[in-house]
Design a protein. Sequence first.
Length: 309
Amino acid sequence: MQKRQSSPGKGIVVFVVGLLLAALLAMHTLIPTTRGIALIVESLLPWAWVLLVLLLIAALIRFSVFGILGVLIPALVWGGMFYPYLRPADTPDDADIVVASQNVGARMPQPTATAQNLINHDPDVVAIQEIESLSGKIIKKQLDSAFEHTAVTDTIGLWSRWPMTKPEEIDLGMQWPRAIATTLKTDKGNVRLYSVHMPSVRPGQESLRNSALNELAERIRSDDAQRVIVAGDFNSANSDRYFKELSSELVDAREAAGGGFGFTWPSVFPVVRLDHVLVRGLDPVGDRVLDRGTSDHRAIISYLDVPAS
């Protein structure tokens, strides 16, 4: 019986597609920003694992060295980019500072339940965006009764169990305030806190958000505070090239703590993380995303430790 010879080109299609995927992952910043192409692709980069699974299935069907390499190369690139998020993580029993943040939306049913859900997790600080709506006013009333210290400016609200200095409006080039800064007087020293809500973004209409991210990054660079927290709705995925301008100055709590990508939007089936807690001079020890509520954004809670001096 004659032995069947394998085709020398077996698996070559998987190999070529895998190389293209690896190139896309490694060089995504070269994608043109025209018509929002880069915005869409970079926001969905974590989901490239779906393409890797399809490549793996194709490689197993047409098993060959080329096919295996076609899966292995992009898998290594993807893993190198996103491994920090995939590390297993536990929610700590205690932390020096617990920060919660949520965009509560303009038309949100059951605002009382949303506020109580945040309160039940016993945060030290709560940052709320889109507080100007009727539902936001109800949430404000609930949080006012749970926290001693409050700072509200236009659409942004902050609540803290520690005293705060008078909030300063941060000019991000908008007609109304979308960011404020204050100093928390915590049990372990002062912490500079920024609460932000970046402009909304649509494919092909990113310039206002991009400019605001750059303005905030410049403000953070010029802030000489040793300990800094920036929390809120950034309308930007952590894989977005413009978000990198800001995150290069700070540590992403989710990336540092692990536990998955922690997607927050849309709340029904989250596909991207638009809400973040970024820090400097603090150690993220945990980060969680709360179950779906009645807002279109899921709430996030980050657990931070103050390093020993």
